[in-house]
Design a protein around this ligand. Sequence first.
Ligand code: ADP
Length: 444
Amino acid sequence: MSNKVNRAQQWRLFISNFIGFTIIFVLLGIIVFVLFRNAMLTSTDQALRVERSSRLDGGPLAKKTVVQGKQPGSRVPASKAIHPFMTTTLIFDDQGEIANRDQLGSRYETLRNITLDKSQVGQLHTIQVGGKYNFRTLLVKVPKHNSDRLVAGKYLLLMENIDPQKAAMSNFTRVLLITMGIFWLLSILMSIWMSRLTMRPILKSWGRQTEFVGNAAHELRTPLTIIQNKLELLLTKPNDKIIDQAENIAIANSESQRLQKLTQDLLALARSDSNTLQTNFESTPVASFLQQTVEPYTEIAASQGKNLVLAPVADFHATLDQNLVHQLLNILIDNALKYSPKDSTITLSAKVVGRKWQLIVADQGIGVNETERKRIFDRFYRVDSSRSRQTGGNGLGLSIAHWIVNLHHGNIAVKANDPQGSRFITTLPLNPPVGLGGHREKQA
Ligand code: ADP
């Protein structure tokens, strides 16, 4: 089911990426095409305008024959010099008859179908003659007083052949289409890659979420089943006194406490996942803060026949969220007590190291072997689950501790204590940057 959802999501991402790429390529192609075509016609149009002004001024160009082949110094390549229709001028009289028929010679047959449209004076057009020659044209009305009497009072259709440009344009269009096609195909691969890349963290957190929910359900089921069994047992013996069933009631009670702790931890982790926790960072005198926080645990430790000692702490301030660091200490001290034998000592110390400070909880308990040191910060991970069950652990404490440390932009690591036990070393910046979430690195 989850795979189906993920595949659909990945498919959607692929499609949206692909559409995005296609739109970009098409727009790019259109822009390049339009710019290229305009650039090509601009130079031709410019040449026609120059021709017009020289005609109207009766300047040197006007003295030239009205039918020309290649212009000297023209930008048309030499190979095209013999092209019969590079630059041609048709002279129309007022009735629309071609007046320079003689000078046109054999070209007249091809050009004779061109008609005069007086409304187009001053306009640039693209026309095709003889089914294959393409011209850019500009119609000019020559004033009657023009010095060139041959054209005075007539209409001139200045024609500039654009076949080379057309050919270049169609070549360019072909290259553009092929290039766009190749890039379009590449965009398919790119879209697949990008959709996979985007999906990777989603799939990862999806996997983690599924595992988390599965583990949570499993953890919740056990105490619930025990409580249910005990209650059903009590129902079968309605005449018993409480004292007779004290043991069963005590078990049900401890399981319900366990359930409460588990739901609290799950809630904390759910908050950590959604980043919705409101933090309250404040400058804190570490020595007195630790003193106050650790005191109640000293009594608990003593009640279990263990020593909890807070080593002297120098006078310094650190910016921290007191509630969260309290919770962190609770987890670390609780673990130290859970995993150490009677008569052992748990030592808490704190010191400044450069621009950071370290909080160390050292115990003389069972310790954590090297291979387990990274994994104990994972959710629901317990080195020995049967032992943890007896001690009431659910494998969530250290992942909550890790999250709290991350929120403070610090890190937490576990090392071996000498001669035995473990040392949980938490390193936090004295002044963490304000804002939620720290780096997520885990250190062994
Ligand atoms: P739990 O609730 O099971 O203690 P934690 O996340 O707090 O869950 O710890 C994960 C595991 O790490 C524990 O099950 C235990 O095996 C190991 N561990 C934690 N603290 C200590 C410690 N002080 N000494 C030895 N092992 C520890």
